[in-house]
Write a protein that binds this ligand. Structure first.
Ligand code: TYC
Length: 101
């Protein structure tokens, strides 16, 4: 039997696959007060006041802004939590998630 026919074990994976990361996106609306958006960003995403203001202004001017990137489970939980804080206060504040490309 020629060497080329020697059966080899399939290579075992040496590296653990990294989980796909998901973006949390803040959507602009016409009703939620700016300061409320900032408070939610600080509370749910632990941003500084300065960072929260920048994110809020970007969403306000461009229509949306990426807040942060997490594993899918964490991204979805935080987006839901932040959206619920808006709803509880009577605002249409909206956070969505999207897998990173
Ligand atoms: N556009 C809102 C206003 O003028 C403020 C706002 C900013 C709301 C960002 C949502 O994601 C948002 N009061």
């Amino acid at each position: 039997m020629p060497d080329t026919d020697i059966k080899t074990r399939p290579k075992t994976r040496l590296k653990t696959e990294r989980p796909k990361m998901h973006k949390v996106i803040l959507l602009n609306d016409d009703y939620t007060p700016r300061e409320f958006v900032v408070r939610v960003l600080r509370a749910v995403f632990s941003t500084s006041d300065d960072q929260a203001h920048r994110i809020m202004i970007t969403a306000h001017q461009k229509g949306s802004c990426v807040v942060a990137v997490f594993t899918r489970e964490v991204a979805e939980t935080k987006a839901t939590e932040a959206t619920d804080l808006g709803r509880q206060a009577g605002y249409p504040l909206m956070f969505s998630t999207e897998p990173e490309s």
